[in-house]
Design a protein around this ligand. Structure first.
Ligand SMILES: [Zn+2]
Length: 210
């Protein structure tokens, strides 16, 4: 962990700093600018009594209204934006997500599973991962509804094949390649077609100039 003084952290808009020295309870951990040792804070907050107390308070209308008021304040919004954009916080959140600390459990887990079991959501998610590329190649006049219907048809064809027990699966392919070193086909209704996954693999990003 990078050693950073309290003053420096405060100037950078961080809420935590790290001195490398242990607290009075022997934790060598980060410290909150406003509170002190992070480990001590977690310990204090994770006792059953503290948890029960917090849960009770969080459910009161007063607490709910307070949270809403705080989140809607433009100053706090900016603060939050700045906080989540700082590299330290990003790294910490990434680390937390990778370890089991932040794994979804129970109801939430099931909800996420159900959500991605719906083909439309699954396709949308796949699309999202290449969102920027799609955005750049998509002209403003592209008929989004027509394109959506092609994508939905692809899912529909896949489902039929799945239920019939066929091995064939389909992809939406760009006729003029979308990812290529010399050309970039547009992402519009005229440049997409449904072909089988196998054909798509063979075609890859092959482009014949004739
Ligand atoms: Zn401590």
């Amino acid at each position: 962990m990078k050693i950073i003084s309290r003053k420096e952290a405060k100037e950078n808009g961080l809420t935590r700093y790290f001195t490398g020295k242990s607290c009075k309870h022997g934790h060598i951990a980060e410290r909150f600018i406003s509170y002190g040792c992070v480990e001590c804070a977690y310990k204090k907050l994770s006792t059953p009594e503290a948890k029960a107390k917090r849960k009770l308070y969080d459910a009161t209308p007063k607490a709910k209204a307070g949270r809403k008021l705080y989140a809607n304040d433009p100053v706090n919004k900016l603060k939050a934006q700045k906080y989540y954009a700082s590299p330290e916080v990003k790294a910490r959140r990434r680390e937390k997500a990778r370890t089991s600390e932040c794994k979804y459990t129970g109801k939430t887990k099931q909800y996420i599973k159900d959500y991605y079991n719906i083909p439309v959501n699954k396709a949308r998610n796949e699309c999202n991962s290449q969102k920027n590329h799609y955005k750049q190649a998509s002209p403003s006049w592209a008929d989004v509804e027509k394109m959506n219907s092609i994508y939905l048809e692809r899912i529909w064809m896949d489902n039929i094949a799945k239920h019939a027990g066929w091995k064939v699966r389909y992809n939406v392919d760009h006729i003029i390649p979308f990812i290529h070193d010399r050309v970039c086909g547009l992402h519009n209704e005229f440049n997409i077609q449904i072909i089988s996954k196998y054909d798509n693999k063979i075609k890859s990003n092959y482009f014949e100039n004739n």
